[in-house]
Design a protein around this ligand. Structure first.
Ligand code: MN
Ligand code: MN
Length: 452
């Protein structure tokens, strides 16, 4: 029997991670749990920081950061990775319950860029939190275990789809029709005169000890139910919900958890809200990184005028986000010779963006040369990628935001097929090689000045 490859062994931990992390909250909390298990300490408990110290912080239960303090002054710059914890999904509205045509229904508002028709007629799970008045927290996870019910959004039967089938694909299912069925009445319940509304409320009470009003202060997310699965006849791939961007989160975590004292302080930032524009307290547009940098400087005894600005400007960042991979079914949509392929390692992307590089970071040639040296010296299998042929669409990443500090920034992530679909496809070898690439970058002592 052949010994399992490194990528195969690595993929087992990754699948377990995906199954435990279906929301931004679950992802951030599992990340800090893994940090703790690996000996990282809570940043807020530290009085001072020294080379070799490993610290983490969980921010508002949705974002997180891990750092390994380096030998050199923070002001010489950090080596940073940023990945995002959120993924496209359907959120329950604050007042979700209603009754129609004899069925109890749930109202949703979709989050992020989804192809709406992909979310009907498949098993869905409900994940999230309900915070009751006074602060009691109820954690919800329903539909992942065999014995638990799932949610289901209907689609028109084929028999009545003549009109729907003529609609443009993007309009076949409307966002306002993405309402899962929540309950129905049995014959006995009907005979006994039980009202549907009452039944739903008693289920909520029984399962979670909450009233309808408690859903006003809840974050309940509907995601595909079920586990990450090996894919392909040879099992070399993984079909799963949330590869975007939890593949990069996991690859980054494994890289930093195994890092021994680097030359420059190394950090992994796990941010929320990337799929809707990076805003809010837990998105990359926030002051999260600035505030953390100030704190690291303070605890390292390196405060002083411009210390934070210098640290950020001298840092280097890999924006670790997934990349569009060449799809053999639709090759005409992907730029020939410039598209990432599954199985060829993480893709270094000079620019994402759309319609003439709008919203693209467009990494500096100098930094790309530095990264070529870092990856090649570590023997990493890597490739380049782009966001499709011109004027077809494209996509944004977090990269322009850290670049605004003046830090060298480039996109580097794992190629996917069917990005943003309920089940996306990634290659095991790419997740593993990405982790190696991230590890080599975090440990790198290469200065950008050599390339300028
Ligand atoms: Mn992403
Ligand atoms: Mn995305």
């Amino acid at each position: 029997m052949e010994k399992d490859s490194h990528a195969e062994v690595f993929s087992r931990g990754y699948k377990t991670f995906l199954n435990a992390c279906k929301t931004e909250r679950e992802t951030a909390s599992r990340a800090v749990e893994m940090a703790r298990e690996a000996g990282f300490q809570p940043l807020r408990e530290k009085q001072a920081l020294h080379p070799g110290d490993k610290v983490f912080t969980l921010y508002k239960n949705k974002a997180a950061a891990l750092f390994v303090i380096g030998q050199k002054s923070l002001k010489t710059g950090m080596r940073l990775l940023c990945a995002h914890t959120d993924a496209p999904r359907l959120d329950l509205r604050p007042c979700p319950l209603y009754e129609k045509e004899g069925l109890g229904m749930l109202r949703t508002h979709y989050y992020g860029g989804i192809k709406k028709y992909q979310w009907a007629a498949l098993p869905l799970a409900l994940h999230g939190v309900i915070i009751k008045k006074g602060g009691e927290r109820i954690t919800v996870s329903l539909g992942e275990k065999e014995e638990e019910p799932v949610l289901y959004i209907s689609d028109l039967p084929k028999h009545l789809s003549a009109k729907q089938a003529k609609e443009p694909m993007g309009e076949g299912i409307d966002g306002e029709n993405l309402n899962p069925v929540a309950a129905s009445l049995t014959a006995e319940e009907k005979q006994a005169g039980l009202a549907l509304q009452k039944k739903i409320l008693s289920v909520l009470k029984e399962k979670y000890d909450v009233e309808e009003e408690d859903l006003l202060s809840a974050e309940l997310e509907i995601v595909p139910a079920g586990k990450a699965r090996d894919a392909g006849l040879d099992g070399s791939l993984i079909a799963a919900y949330g590869h975007d961007d939890r593949s990069c989160v996991y690859a980054g975590l494994q890289a930093i958890l195994q890092l021994s004292t680097p030359a420059h302080t190394a950090g992994l930032l796990l941010l929320d809200k990337e799929e809707v524009g990076n805003q809010g307290a837990t998105g990359m547009q926030s002051r999260f990184l600035e505030n953390l940098t100030a704190r690291l400087l303070h605890l390292s005894g390196e405060e002083g005028p411009l210390a934070r600005e210098e640290t950020l400007e001298h840092s280097q960042m890999l924006s670790a986000d997934v990349v569009l991979a060449m799809d053999p079914n639709y090759p005409q949509c992907f730029a020939p010779g410039n598209t990432a392929h599954l199985g060829r390692g993480p893709a270094l992307v000079k620019y994402a963006g759309h319609f003439g590089k709008k919203d693209a970071n467009d990494a500096n040639a100098e930094f790309l040369a530095l990264l070529r040296d870092v990856f090649d010296a570590a023997g990493v299998c890597w490739q380049t990628g782009e966001y499709g042929i011109t004027d077809l669409g494209g996509g944004g990443t977090m990269a322009p935001l850290p670049a605004a500090y003046g830090m060298e920034t480039a996109d580097c992530g794992i190629p996917l097929l069917s990005m943003h679909a309920p089940y996306e496809l990634a290659s095991k070898t790419d997740v593993y090689e990405a982790s190696r690439a991230y590890g080599a970058f975090l440990a790198s002592d290469r200065a950008i000045e050599q390339y300028q």
